[in-house]
Write a protein that binds this ligand. Structure first.
Ligand code: NAI
Ligand code: MG
Length: 502
């Protein structure tokens, strides 16, 4: 493991974007914040400031919600033909694809992830999500329903349902996949005819704001998409508590998810969807193809530096192959090239912020106090940027913080198991339920376990496989509702029952 810190190179479009302070997008105008305050955005590989971004707060959120409300009620968006709405989503995908390199560079600069990953994963998945949702715009149908109405003998009715957009939606997103999370949120909202106020994370506001430029270029009507960067406690809280927002969709910590629910309840009982934390079990059986399971287990935890809500952070391995698997994952960790994201060799970048570094390091210290042993990794790398060693902890057990709590860093706790019949209960022994994985050649056992695991996604002989068509979300305290797929659209629409007496 070594950290490289060469200077980054970014293309002209990105450089131009960074050169001046970035304002908020409200009613299709780039608008200065009411406070006239701008916050620093830094490169987590070096701690250097790379941009200044408008610090939106309550007044700005109010303005953005008014713009979104006007766009919704004037009908410029919800009553635009579904085909035209779909075409605008497709156009956004095309514009994003044309500028994939520039967006990948901004993402790497802002979040720290390797450019190879931004280019291969974040941007293409965002493009694909917009295209997938573009197709849905014309397919959100109601149904005709035979009704019997027992107290109206002899009367005839025609009854049908309309599927209508829920209204003005507030969307609050995190920093681990900044552009992709914006796409997951905007795609279904726009396909179903909602208007949006999007608040990117304060650590990584750049790609969402840059996307705002493409939204203008594509020709979206005024106020359909509003983007207000700012801090959680101010801008985010104002959005969640706003009495004229019909739904809030949030991705982030379980702790803040609970605050969102409270704010929604205390204001106007707006609809809430939540995609929260996880502590996902990754289970390797004795008969698994270890040539796939070992790199799979490493990828499950080290991808995106462990900053994934679905990271495979609890690795359960059958005792008969435990040493072999753990040594293999540790070897992979040792070989990983950790460095700034613009280095083409780099497989893992820095954590996103100093706060996140402190948080992950304090888990590592706590783990070691509680008796966990790092067979590889276990500490920060260097003192510039927020790099942490990919870490495998053994001698861990339930009750330890490192086993029970989401670390959100490149740290896996590995535990052997003996009885395959008991592993579902062990895997489910968590407050979370976002994802789980099973590695085995026994297909019957794999399918049985897939049913027993309390998680929104179960991967068999793979990990981190995402698709715009597949619903993603959590059981238990990992959230409410689903992102992507048809399931996401249901949560951006209301169903209206219309009954006519004939
Ligand atoms: P966070 O939950 O505080 O931040 C996520 C988003 O919520 C950001 O846009 C933030 O500005 C906003 N926010 C924060 N406080 C808010 C409030 N009171 N009202 C409305 N919006 C608010 O997450 P943070 O502090 O960045 O990370 C802490 C931990 O959360 C991580 O260590 C990780 O465990 C978890 N996390 C989970 C994510 C996921 O994908 N499910 C993503 C990011 C963090
Ligand atoms: Mg927070």
């Amino acid at each position: 493991m070594s950290v490289t810190a060469e200077k980054f190179q970014i293309s002209e479009g990105g450089a131009r974007f960074l050169a001046s302070p970035r304002n908020m997008l409200i009613g299709n105008e780039w608008t200065a914040p009411a406070s006239n305050r701008y916050f620093d955005v830094e490169n987590p590989a070096s701690g250097e400031v790379i941009a200044h971004v408008a610090e939106g707060a309550k007044e700005d959120i109010d303005g953005a919600v008014r713009a979104a409300r006007r766009a919704f009620e004037s009908g410029s968006w919800p009553r635009m033909s579904a085909s035209e709405r779909g075409r605008l989503l497709w156009k956004l995908a095309d514009l994003l694809e044309d500028r994939a390199q520039e967006f990948a560079e901004l993402e790497t600069l802002d979040n720290g992830k390797p450019l190879t990953v931004s280019k291969a994963v974040d941007v293409p998945l965002a493009v694909d999500l917009f295209r997938y949702m573009a197709g849905w715009a014309t397919k959100l149908e109601g149904s005709t329903i035979p009704v019997s109405v027992p107290y109206a003998q002899g009367a005839e009715f025609l009854a049908y349902t309309l599927r209508e957009p829920v209204g003005v939606v507030g969307q609050i997103i995190p920093w681990n996949f900044p552009l992709l999370m914006a796409a997951w949120k905007l795609g279904p909202a726009l396909a179903s005819g909602c208007t949006v106020v999007l608040k990117p994370a304060e650590q990584t506001p750049l790609s969402a704001l840059h996307l705002g430029e493409l939204i203008l270029q594509a020709g979206y009507p005024e106020g359909v998409v509003n983007i207000v960067p700012g801090f959680g406690e101010t801008a985010g809280a104002a959005l969640a508590a706003h009495p004229d927002v019909d739904k809030v969709a949030f991705t982030g910590s379980t702790e803040v998810g609970k605050l969102i629910v409270k704010a929604a309840g205390e204001s106007n009982l707006k609809k809430v969807t939540l995609e929260l934390g996880g502590k996902s079990p990754n289970i390797v059986f004795a008969d698994a193809d270890l040539k796939a399971a070992v790199p799979g287990a490493a990828n499950a935890i080290f991808f995106n530096h462990g900053q994934c809500c679905c990271a495979g952070s609890r690795l359960y391995v059958h005792r008969s192959v435990f040493d072999q698997v753990i040594d293999g994952v540790a070897e992979r960790a040792k070989q990983m090239s950790v460095g700034q994201g613009f280095d083409p060799q780099s497989e893992m970048g820095p954590l996103v912020s100093h706060d996140q570094l402190t948080c992950v390091c304090s888990y590592l210290e706590q783990g070691s106090r509680e008796g966990a042993r790092a067979i590889v990794g276990g500490k920060r790398i260097g003192d510039r940027g927020y790099f942490v060693e990919p870490t495998v902890l053994v001698d861990t057990q339930p009750g330890m913080k490192v086993v029970d709590e989401e670390i959100f860093g490149p740290v896996v706790t590995a535990m052997p198991f003996d009885d395959p019949d008991e592993i579902a209960a062990v895997a489910n022994d968590t407050i979370y339920g976002l994802a789980a994985a099973v590695w085995t050649k026994d297909i019957s056992m794999a399918h049985k376990l897939a049913r027993r695991l309390k998680a929104g996604s179960v991967w068999i002989n793979c990990y981190n496989v995402f698709d715009a068509a597949l619903p993603f979300g959590g059981y238990k305290q990992s959230g409410w509702g689903r992102e992507m797929g048809r399931a996401a659209l249901d949560l951006y629409t209301e169903i209206k029952a219309v009954t006519i007496q004939l």
